[in-house]
Design a protein around this ligand. Structure first.
Ligand code: C2E
Ligand code: MG
Ligand code: MG
Length: 739
């Protein structure tokens, strides 16, 4: 501390010495004593005035400051303080600043110390104006330890005088804060870099109206700056995702982190998928409420998910939902029905005779039909519904039920109409149609699968005609279960060899000799009871069992006929019956060829019987299949002629070798002239086409003679023999050979 001393002793000594000099001078130069004394006294008076003045100044400043309480108090304050006059004649620095500057007590009253404290190398009036302008003045200097210190000085005027004013400067050490700032800045940089590297954008708001976006968020969305309003943010969200965005923004205060996935228009104006993890926090007395979160670009993951979903849930051929998707979504819809008291229709559809389309027109056209059928179905899907390919040519449609019971029928009719129009170009000759069964959920089953199976039961239980639409009725359940049990039993019967062929003789009307037999299947139960084919063939036709049965009939018929030949009996024709499912198989020719090869039977001793309606299902394909069989040398008979369309013009197209007049014409032919006329005309026309004829169901001799007269070639009926086991037929052979 500066000691602003005024020493009275020194002054007295000075005055005494001066008086002694004046007395000595007057003693040696008496002639100049008077003026010398006058000058001396005047000087003394002048000096006294000066001293008085100094003393006054000393009192005024020195005693009031230097010794004041303020100095004592500030000396030990834990903040930097300086009291200084702007002429630097008075300088007081407290211990804190002295220590910081590293100046000694003596040096602290020097102007240089003040300049250093204000961070100046030399006096700068401009800077001092700033200092005394009561602004916060930031000074930087090297402290006693050699490191840079920042002090914010706040200076106030203590006393203002004309020439010199006294100021009090209070310092605030910014060094630590500055360091913290640097740390904070680098932490912020670190945070931003992390977000940038992780490609995570952050957006926060305290009022849920005005948001602040992080630099990465700005970059991702291509924002102009960090400030973005709620409506601006919302306008970037994809319209379809705005509902969930709104509910997120409106979500109640919770510390739980929630997450939504939504599309947000991003840089370049394209929508990208983001996972938005957000949180809302209640404000407290000291903090504002906060809402917001982080967005993470998940477009790639989403695309992968879509791909995975495609693979798992989309049918490759038709590009609509597959069975997996149907089962998952169907069960969800079923659950919704219970929750919201809704109901939905499930319609299962089957393309009629799709195998024919596939076989005749090729897989490419088959796929074309499937794809287009799927697209037609898709057009009928209403919100919340679904169209799916269940398997092969089986499809399903889920429609919301608005209380209109006719909706499934109307919808299927419309689908049928559109579907029929697809039959152009290569498919032109094909009659495209579909059949359907439907049920309603949740009423028609205890689960989605249950309801769907019921719709399938309804479809299966339809007559088998094309274009049938059948509603599920709980009552049909019993008969379906009956059939299903029969199906199981039939499966076992095949395994246990309970199926057996019976043979019914065919007679040459001209010679009365056996010319052939028709193989007719029988199911002989272990108890010996015989089940007629009418009872189980239609059921076998609806399942895969028919192919097993037909394979057995074909092979067994060939084997038996060859056996009789080997046994020395005259060669006869073995007729076997084929169903539509057998006949339209693409490998029909190979199967027949194999059976002939295996048995060693020559093809002319095998005849395949086809019904009229079977052949007319798809006339072009039927003709090509028949030609394939004819190429093998196998005979072809048209069974039950007259029961179906009875168009004689088909005789021209179909490559048949034998026409079997249905029993219904024969039953009353002896009394029914019209029946007789028809039969005679048919026989005549057939003859002109070089097609042989056989009459079924001849039960008496009158019928036989009428048909012989009409020119019929062969006869079959109870008159000659009922269908019989092979051993019995041998007796018949023996009898016949005697004739
Ligand atoms: P279908 O091919 O028309 O067979 C002739 C049916 O008429 C046989 O009945 C035969 O017993 C019966 N029948 C023959 N002559 C007379 C007669 O004079 N009076 C009467 N009332 N009936 C006569 P079945 O054996 O019961 O066969 C019925 C139908 O079952 C057959 O009609 C055929 O469509 C089918 N079927 C029989 N066996 C097979 C088979 O192995 N495979 C296939 N796919 N169908 C078969
Ligand atoms: Mg037959
Ligand atoms: Mg018949």
């Amino acid at each position: 501390m500066k000691k602003n001393t005024f020493n009275p002793l020194a002054a007295t000594l000075v005055i005494t010495a001066a008086t002694a000099v004046v007395v000595a001078y007057c003693f040696y130069f008496p002639e100049q004593a008077m003026p010398t004394i006058i000058v001396y006294v005047s000087s003394i008076i002048f000096m006294s005035i000066i001293l008085a003045l100094i003393s006054w100044i000393y009192k005024r400043y020195g005693s009031s400051v230097g010794e004041s309480e303020i100095v004592k108090i500030t000396e030990d304050l834990n903040t930097e303080m300086m009291i200084w006059s702007d002429d630097f004649s008075y300088i007081f620095m407290n211990r804190k600043i002295r220590d910081l500057l590293g100046v000694s007590d003596d040096d602290s009253n020097k102007k240089s110390a003040v300049l250093k404290a204000f961070g100046m190398n030399s006096h700068d009036n401009g800077e001092f104006e700033k200092i005394i302008g009561n602004q916060s003045y930031e000074a930087r200097f090297k402290n006693s330890a050699g490191s840079i210190t920042s002090i914010a000085w706040s200076t106030s005027l203590v006393k203002k005088r004309k020439k010199h004013s006294l100021y009090l400067s209070t310092g605030f050490n910014l060094t630590e804060i500055k360091k913290m700032k640097v740390n904070l800045a680098s932490a912020n940089d670190f945070f931003n870099s992390s977000m940038e590297l992780a490609e995570i954008g952050v957006i926060m708001s305290s009022d849920r109206k005005n948001f602040r976006a992080s630099p990465e968020m700005i970059r991702m969305l291509g924002l102009k700056n960090s400030a973005i309003t709620l409506s601006e943010f919302r306008s970037l969200v994809h319209p379809n995702d705005r509902l969930q965005f709104d509910s997120a923004v409106k979500s109640k205060d919770t510390s739980e982190v929630k997450s939504i996935e939504m599309r947000i228009k991003s840089v370049g104006g394209v929508y990208r998928w983001y996972s938005y993890r957000y949180k809302s926090i209640k404000g407290t007395d000291n903090t504002l409420p906060l809402f917001g979160g982080a967005i993470l670009d998940i477009t790639q993951e989403h695309e992968k998910d879509i791909l995975i979903e495609r693979l798992a849930y989309i049918d490759e051929v038709t590009e609509i939902a597959n069975r997996n998707k149907l089962m998952d979504a169907g069960q969800e819809i079923y659950d919704t029905c219970h929750l919201l008291d809704y109901s939905y229709w499930i319609i299962v559809l089957d393309i009629d005779r799709f195998h024919i389309i596939n076989d005749t027109c090729g897989y490419k056209n088959g796929n074309y039909v499937l794809k287009n059928f799927a697209h037609i179905l898709y057009k009928f899907v209403t919100p919340g519904g679904l169209a799916a390919r269940v398997s092969g040519d089986n499809f399903a449609l889920i429609l919301k039920d608005y209380g209109d019971n006719e909706l499934p029928i109307r919808t299927v009719r419309s689908i049928q109409e559109e579907f029929a129009q697809l039959a152009v170009d290569e498919l032109a000759s094909i009659n495209l149609n579909c059949s359907a069964g439907y049920s309603r959920m949740p009423d028609d089953g205890s689960s989605f699968l249950d309801v769907m199976e019921h719709a399938e039961f309804a479809l299966k239980s339809s007559t088998g005609n094309q274009g049938v639409i059948c509603a599920y009725e709980p009552s049909m359940h019993d008969s379906i279960i009956g059939n299903t049990e029969l199906e199981k039993a039939l499966g076992l019967a095949i395994e246990n060899n309970e199926l057996q062929l019976f043979y019914q003789p065919k007679i040459n009307l001209a010679t009365g000799k056996l010319m052939g037999v028709e193989a007719l299947i029988r199911w002989i139960k272990p108890d010996g009871s015989i089940i007629s084919p009418d009872a189980f063939v239609p059921i076998a036709e609806r399942s895969h069992l028919i192919s097993k049965i037909s394979e057995f009939v074909l092979n067994e018929g060939c084997r038996q006929n060859k056996l009789w030949q080997k046994m020395g009996y005259p060669n006869i024709v073995m007729s076997i019956n084929f169903t539509s499912a057998d006949f339209y198989q693409s490998d029909l020719k190979e199967k027949v060829f194999d059976a002939l090869a295996k048995s060693g039977l020559e093809p002319q001793w095998l005849e395949v019987e086809l019904t009229e309606s079977l052949a007319l299902n798809d006339i072009d394909f039927a003709v090509s299949q028949m030609n394939k069989l004819r190429e093998l040398g196998v005979k072809l008979a048209m069974d039950d002629f007259g029961t179906g369309y009875s168009s004689l013009s088909y005789l021209q197209i179909l490559p048949i070798t034998l026409l079997k007049l249905d029993r219904s014409f024969i039953t009353d032919i002896e009394h029914d002239n019209i029946a007789y006329e028809i039969v005679s005309a048919v026989i005549r026309i057939a003859k002109s086409k070089k097609i042989e004829t056989i009459a079924e169901g001849i039960e008496n001799n009158v019928q036989e003679s009428i048909l012989r007269m009409a020119g019929c070639d062969y006869a079959q009926g109870f008159l000659y023999g009922k269908p019989m086991p092979p051993e019995k037929l041998q007796d018949f052979f023996d009898e016949n050979m005697k004739k």
